[in-house]
Design a protein around this ligand. Structure first.
Ligand SMILES: *Cc1c(COP(=O)(O)O)cnc(C)c1O
Length: 387
């Protein structure tokens, strides 16, 4: 049965395989012995192999070892875990912070912990799989609204009766790179006394001078806003976090299963995140460089006739009509030294090459990417033009 399914995936060009690097994460990576310019990492600021951060990790490991040895509720945490929680809370302008092992663990742990059968969750249809899984684990009633459709959200909030209402949305959407209008959603939440749970995975380190979506929209943290995020994207490390009121954090410590029943993050991960947060506060020019690169790539693609939105997020989807076309184009890019694999269903409905720009890319890298994308289309490597 499993092998039948695998054959079927393969026939439909939907078979996923894992390609591992023989190099560090960065602007240039090596896969199967081939050097490639990397347009497929979420390491937006190029910090995953940063020398200064590596040195901080080495010092921390020498002092505290590497294995956590237990859950945070037993003896798994050390003073570094506590420091990172304080630092991330202050970075996000909130009261208290809590670490989880990943962003995924935050969403599958916090969402069911915060909601019960008397409550209602309102979730954007394009929310990340970890949010969907968190909602599935929750006993609350669920209402999925059309992507960023404020009117539909408003009508749900108005008509649904529930003890607690909670709106859950990404700020920068992970596969389309668009940014929600947080002001409108926040206003609605205030009007209907709903909690607002914001997934800032791709906003942290990127928008709002790196501080994320609240800062970008000039909103302040308050007792109705729950911010989640991850150290695994722009911060180049690993680990998820929640920033909220102390009451909510204490409640999660007592109820969130992915926190309670899992060994704490390793010292290396925590030390890297502490150093990385500190690094971006001292190097605002990195975020400026990222912005410049994003703008350059979007403008060039638009100039070449691709239907790309102007925007500030480093996630740029080039969509195709069919999975076959997407694969042909990403193969063409691979042959020409560019790594930008295709993203296919069921991850997304419309197949695409999801370009991610980082601060480490050069002008030449971006020009090479765009000229190769154009070439792929002109050579009719794909059967259809990008949509
Ligand atoms: C990547 C991602 C997560 C999960 O974060 P990890 O730390 O990688 O587990 C959660 N939400 C969104 C929107 C993401 O893109």
């Amino acid at each position: 049965m499993f092998s039948e399914s695998l054959k079927d995936f393969s026939k439909r060009n939907l078979l996923r395989t894992i390609k591992d690097k023989t190099s560090p994460q960065g602007r240039e990576i090596i896969i199967n012995g081939k050097e490639l310019i990397n347009f497929s990492s979420n390491d937006y600021l190029g910090l995953a192999s940063n020398e200064e951060i590596k040195d901080s990790v080495k010092i921390a490991i020498n002092k505290y070892g590497f294995g956590a040895g237990a859950s945070r509720l037993l003896s798994g945490g050390c003073i570094l875990h506590n420091t990172l929680e304080k630092n991330i809370a202050s970075f996000k302008d909130g009261e208290s912070g809590l670490l989880f092992n990943s962003g995924y663990a935050v969403n599958v742990g916090a969402i069911p912990a915060l909601t019960s059968s008397d409550d209602a969750i309102f979730s954007d249809e394009l929310n990340h799989a970890s949010i969907i899984d968190g909602c599935r684990l929750s006993k609350a009633k669920k209402f999925v609204y059309k992507h960023n459709d404020i009117d539909e959200l408003a009508s749900f909030l108005k008509s649904v009766e529930a003890k607690t209402k909670i709106v859950i949305t990404e700020s920068v959407f992970s596969m389309d790179g668009d940014i929600i209008d947080l002001n409108d959603i926040n206003m609605l939440c205030n009007q209907y006394k709903a909690l607002l749970y914001i997934d800032d995975a791709h906003a942290t380190g990127v928008i709002g001078g790196g501080k994320g979506s609240l800062k970008h929209f000039q909103l302040s943290a308050n007792e109705h806003i729950i911010q989640m995020g991850t150290f695994s994207k722009a911060l180049g490390s690993v680990g998820g976090f929640i920033v909220a009121t102390k009451t909510i954090i204490d409640y999660l410590i007592n109820t969130s299963r992915s926190l309670i029943y899992s060994t704490a993050l390793s010292v290396a991960d925590v030390a890297a995140s502490i150093a990385s947060l500190d690094y971006i506060e001292r190097h605002p020019e990195l975020i400026e460089k990222l912005k410049k690169n994003v703008n350059k790539c979007r403008e060039l693609l638009i100039k070449e006739g691709f239907s790309i939105e102007r925007g500030i997020s480093p996630i740029i989807p080039v969509k195709f009509k069919s999975v076959d076309d997407t694969i042909k184009v990403s193969d063409h890019l691979f042959r020409n030294g560019i790594y930008a694999p295709s993203i296919r269903p069921p991850t997304v409905k419309i197949p695409r090459i999801r370009i991610t720009i980082t601060a480490s890319h050069t002008k030449d890298d971006i020009e090479l990417l765009v000229s190769n994308l154009k070439e792929a289309v002109l050579l009719k490597v794909s059967g259809s033009y990008p949509i």
